[in-house]
Design a protein around this ligand. Structure first.
Ligand SMILES: Cc1cc2nc3c(=O)[nH]c(=O)nc-3n(C[C@H](O)[C@H](O)[C@H](O)COP(=O)(O)O)c2cc1C
Length: 312
């Protein structure tokens, strides 16, 4: 008797993802496509490293601190080669993997966000991009970033500005470093977001006890990895509860198939995997096999049916 392999696919904001698993923006090095190539069968889509209009050199070193067992701190500072380079070099290389590509962008103002979106989709390679993810939540830059994403007005305006110049779905990536993530998510939806990505890193810091000084030059950094998983699930749960029609890409501390299932059941439609990839680059394959085994054992033919099931 032949066994039917359960489907891990999902269609979100009109885009067909062959698996609910995507990478989280920035959690691979600049040559993303080289690292992703062996994993493409186990991934449903690709999110680029966040790009800005102009290239950025990023922050002073050290930029990362490992926190054994619970994750890491990073203060990369959005180092990136800029929008033009990304469109001309990275996007075609990523698209060659045969998966939907989501371009992550960050800007200092709504106008700059709109200019970037307009430029991207009028570029010959713009047709290779399936959706945008607006990074409204980077904690490691002086201007824009998390400050931008902490106020309902600026989030709403950024989404309005971008969605008025582009026909592709726009996801708003939210910061957990706010009092009320549901209010910010609501503002993004009012501005026209097709979906929400939750969450970016949690603000954190570490002290070098020999030097008796903060380890990171900017003191604050973004905390990611297993320790932030409950914060992400709490955000996903509440966003799904208040906005049941809006798809959510869940992200934050995922390191196993069980974590992916929790994210889906809490309300995510897709799940991004980040920090764990530094420790185990093959994690996508392992999670895929374990998800298929779970679905088979539970007689689930399509994993998409689990999305939000814990609310019902
Ligand atoms: C080294 C590093 C770089 C990151 N760069 C970006 C980025 O460029 N844009 C972005 O939206 N998020 C960035 N993030 C945040 C991740 O996409 C993700 O939201 C966060 O790390 C939580 O997921 P995780 O715990 O699975 O890593 C970065 C995270 C890390 C660890």
């Amino acid at each position: 008797m032949s066994t039917v392999i359960p489907s891990l696919s999902n269609t979100v904001a009109g885009i067909q993802f062959s698996s609910v698993l995507l990478n989280a923006s920035g959690a691979f090095n600049a040559h993303l496509f080289n690292e992703l190539y062996p994993l493409k069968e186990a991934m449903g889509g690709i999110v680029t490293k966040t790009v800005t209009q102009q290239p950025l050199a990023g922050n002073l070193q050290p930029r990362t601190v490992e926190l054994p067992g619970i994750g890491m701190l990073n203060s990369i500072g959005l180092q990136n080669p800029g929008l033009i380079y990304s469109l001309e070099k990275d996007i075609p290389a990523l698209k060659a993997l045969g998966l939907p590509v989501i371009l992550s962008i960050s800007a200092h103002s709504s106008l700059e966000f709109a200019q970037m979106a307009e430029y991207a989709f009028s570029h010959p390679n713009g047709s290779l991009i399936e959706a945008l993810e607006l990074n409204l939540s980077c904690p490691n830059v002086e201007k824009g970033g998390v400050h931008f994403g902490s106020a309902q007005d600026s989030v709403r305006e950024a989404l309005q500005a971008v969605t008025s110049v582009c026909n592709k779905p726009v996801f708003a990536k939210l910061t957990p470093n706010v009092g009320d993530i549901v209010a910010i998510g609501g503002a993004a939806i009012e501005g026209g977001a097709a979906g929400l990505t939750a969450i970016n890193t949690v603000l954190g810091a570490a002290i070098d006890i020999q030097r008796r000084k903060p380890i990171m030059p900017r003191v604050s950094a973004g905390y990611s990895g297993p320790g932030i998983k409950p914060i992400a699930i709490h955000a996903i749960w509440n966003l799904r509860k208040h906005f049941p029609e809006t798809p959510i890409m869940g992200v934050g501390g995922v390191s196993s198939a069980e974590d992916v299932l929790e994210f889906l059941m809490a309300g995510a439609s897709l799940v991004q995997v980040g920090t764990i990839c530094f420790r185990n680059p093959l994690i996508f394959k392992e999670i895929t096999e374990a998800l298929q085994a779970f679905c088979t054992a539970e007689h689930i033919s399509s994993i998409a049916e689990l999305s939000g099931c814990a609310h019902r």
